[in-house]
Every structure is written in C-alpha cells, then in structure tokens.
Design a protein around this ligand. Structure first.
Ligand code: NAD
Ligand code: MG
Length: 375
C-alpha cells in the first residue's frame, strides 16, 4: 500500500515545495489530504492537481465537500488513510494538529518548529507514549538526523547548527535596529514565508532551532551551538565523541529535507534537486554569531535553558512582535526588546499539559501586545 500524506499549510512555502516533491514521487506517496488557512484559489488548483480525499480550509467558506474551520486540521491528520503528516503550518496554530497526529501514531514530518519549541516535552512524550514519530523538515535538523542515523546517541558529542546570518549579518547594530520590512524580507539564500524570513533576520529562528534540536536529539543546551555560514551550503555539523565531525551539504533548497523526512531512514532517487557542485558552491566561510547585534538568539537560548513555560513565552512574544513589525507597527529592534521584557516578567511554570502550554502562550501574547501598544 502506498503511504498516504496529509500536507498542512499546503499553500505556503513549505507546502508548495512539498507538493513539488510529491508530484515527482507519485509512485511512492499519495496525497490524501490538503489544508490551508485562506488562499482558496491556490488550494483549488492544488486540489485539481492532486485530487485528495480530504480538503480543509481553516478560514472562510470553501467549496462543496471541503471541511472548514480549525477542526479540519485534526480531522485531516487523524484519518486512517493518512500515514505521514507534513506540518507546514506557521506558528503556534500548528500545535493541536501535531499532537493529534502523534497521538494517532502517525509520522509527523515537522516544518512547524514553533510546535516543538512551545511544547517540546509534551510533543516528545506524546510521540513516545502513542507510537508517533517526529522527523524534522528544518534543513539543519535534517542534516543532523542524516549524520546521526545509524549511530547511538551516546556517540554524539556536539551539534553545530549553521545560520545564514540573514540579510543583516554584517550590518551595525543601529542600522539593524531601524531596518525596514523590505530589507528584512530580502533573505540572501532562502525564499520562505514572511514570518520565518524575519526570524532569520533577527536570529530568533536560530534560537527556535537550538530548542528544536534539544528536543529532537535529546542533547543538553551546552552541547548545541550556532555558527554563521553565509552561503547556506553546509546545513549543520555533528561532532562525535572521538572528535570526528560530519556534515550534510547541498545547495539551499527545502525539497531535499522534505523528501528525506518522508523517506527516512531510506533514500530514494529524485531528479528534482540541483546536483551538488563544489566548485560552483565556491568558498564556504564561517563567522561567530554577533550576539550583541542579534539579542533574540541569546534570549531564546536562555529561555530554552530555563525550560518549563519559558520557550512557549519566547515563541509567543516573538510571533506577536514579528506580526507587529510586518504590519509596520514596530521597529525591527523592538522585536528583541519585547521578547526580553516578556521573558523577564514571566512566572515560569511547568507545561506538561496542553492547557498549561496554551495558558503560557496566551499570557505572553497579551503582554507582548500591551508592550507594543505603548511603544
Ligand atoms: P508560509 O507563511 O509560507 O505558509 C504557512 C502555511 O500555513 C500556509 O499554507 C497557510 O495557509 C497556513 N496557515 C497559516 N496560519 C494558519 C492557521 N492559523 N491555521 C492553519 N493553517 C495556517 O510559511 P512557511 O515559510 O512555509 O513556513 C511554515 C513552517 O515551516 C514554519 O514553522 C517555518 O518556521 C518552517 N520552516 C520553513 C522553511 C521554509 O523554507 N519556508 C524552512 C524551515 C522551516
Ligand atoms: Mg532552518
């Protein structure tokens, strides 16, 4: 039986890349469910191309036979004909679907990193106890997974996640503070959705990824580092206990990590990925992260170390501040400032239930909104 795939967020950057991969792999996977937030026209075109058994539109009225509203996400991922859920939803909105899919024992090919950051313990426990499996789509984590597959966890010493550094990696602090939306959205190496593109510019994305790596690979924070690598060709390094270092390379394109998340631990032929050429890749360079210019990284890593509800608050404050920046309501520099105040004021609690996670998330969102109103 060909495994069935549900693509959540099919109209987004990850979703459309996933459908390109799935169109080339029709004899290995079939698309049985598609969901999107809005963008009905784009979803309609995808439905015409893939003829899925299930279509969900979260916001607005769909077409005859489509499911509507938030409940359509859980409905999509728990279907018996769905084996793999590709979660390409952006932000905390993806949490319920991730948990429902894992609780139903599915493989979740997870692009929606916010889910693991806000509820890492709950999500990993649900997978463990209910037979679900989390396979990362994020390129850095896919690289790590590809390096460690077949090795025992005790052999892994350290992870070094690469970061492009974003569009401002060589700018001075004052210029970064006043960066415009267009400047922040002008990412040097990746074409992605707006939220993650801003996260890449603040380096909040790398903080989210360090926390994601902590939960995926079970390593303590002092063994997860980040380094700036502007070419985005090396997707991450893994150092083993004997000192040997492995890395995974490729031109920046999410189709490869998406395909690997579907096939892990196997590899299958795919003619859609640009073949690697070391000469064309040119010089590969590395720089330390300038934490004084990009405070969001250190704030997020500290939230990770604090644990409990701190990562959920970090994520929520960041989502709210990024939305305000994109709407022209806040300076770029305000994003990290708002996160800092929210984390400072937060009373950290245990977050072993969904309710506790959502409460921490809601408090941080409210507080971030208040701070943005009076700035
Ligand atoms: P995007 O904005 O391009 O797409 C988001 C998708 O989610 C859209 O289909 C949208 O309809 C859907 N969506 C948005 N809000 C929703 C809601 N409330 N309920 C249900 N669906 C909703 O974002 P993206 O760049 O594709 O990123 C998706 C996720 O993947 C993010 O978590 C991001 O961090 C992660 N990711 C993206 C990339 C990339 O290359 N784009 C790389 C690594 C990780
Ligand atoms: Mg990444």
């Amino acid at each position: 039986m060909i495994p069935g795939v549900a693509v959540l967020g099919s109209t987004g950057s990850i979703g459309t890349s996933a459908l390109k991969v799935l169109a080339r792999q029709r004899d290995r996977f079939r698309v049985v469910a598609l969901t999107a937030f809005g963008q009905k026209d784009r979803l309609e075109a995808q439905v015409a191309a893939f003829r899925p058994a299930f279509v969900g539109l979260v916001s607005g009225a769909g077409t005859d036979g489509w499911r509507a509203g938030r409940a359509s996400l859980v409905e999509a991922v728990t279907r018996p004909d769905v084996d793999i859920v590709l979660n390409g939803i952006v932000g905390a909105a993806g949490l319920e679907a991730t948990l429902a899919a894992l609780a139903a024992g599915k493989r979740v090919a997870l692009a929606n990193k916010e889910t693991l950051v806000m509820a890492g313990e709950l999500v990993t426990r649900t997978a463990r106890e209910r037979g679900g499996e989390i396979v990362p789509v994020d390129s850095e984590h896919s690289a790590v997974l590809q390096c460690v597959t077949g090795r025992s966890p005790a052999e892994v010493q350290r992870l070094i996640l690469t970061a492009s550094g974003g569009p401002f990696h060589s700018w001075d602090a004052e210029r970064v503070r006043h960066a415009t939306v267009d400047e922040a959205l002008n990412h040097p190496t990746w074409r992605m959705g707006r939220k993650i593109t801003v996260d890449s510019a603040t380096l909040a994305n790398k903080a989210l990824e360090v926390i994601e790596a902590h939960f995926l690979f079970g390593l303590p924070y002092d063994r997860i580092e980040a380094v700036v690598h502007p070419q985005s060709v090396i997707h991450s390094f893994v150092e083993f206990v004997d000192g040997s270092v492995m890395a995974q390379l490729g031109f920046p394109n999410m189709e490869l990590p998406i395909l690997y998340a579907l096939t892990h631990p196997d590899r299958v032929p795919d003619d859609g990925v640009t073949r690697f050429d070391p000469v064309a890749a040119g010089p590969l360079t590395f720089e330390p992260v300038r934490t004084e210019v990009f405070p969001a990284l250190a704030l997020g890593m500290r939230a990770g170390r604090t644990g409990g509800s701190a990562p959920a608050a970090f994520n929520a404050a960041n989502e709210v501040a990024v939305a305000a920046f994109l709407a022209g309501r806040a300076l770029f520099g305000r994003i990290a400032e708002v996160i800092a105040v929210v984390l400072e004021e937060q009373i950290v609690t245990d977050v072993s239930s969904v309710e506790a996670v959502l409460e921490a998330d809601a408090w941080a969102r409210r507080r971030a909104e208040e701070l943005l109103r009076c700035s």
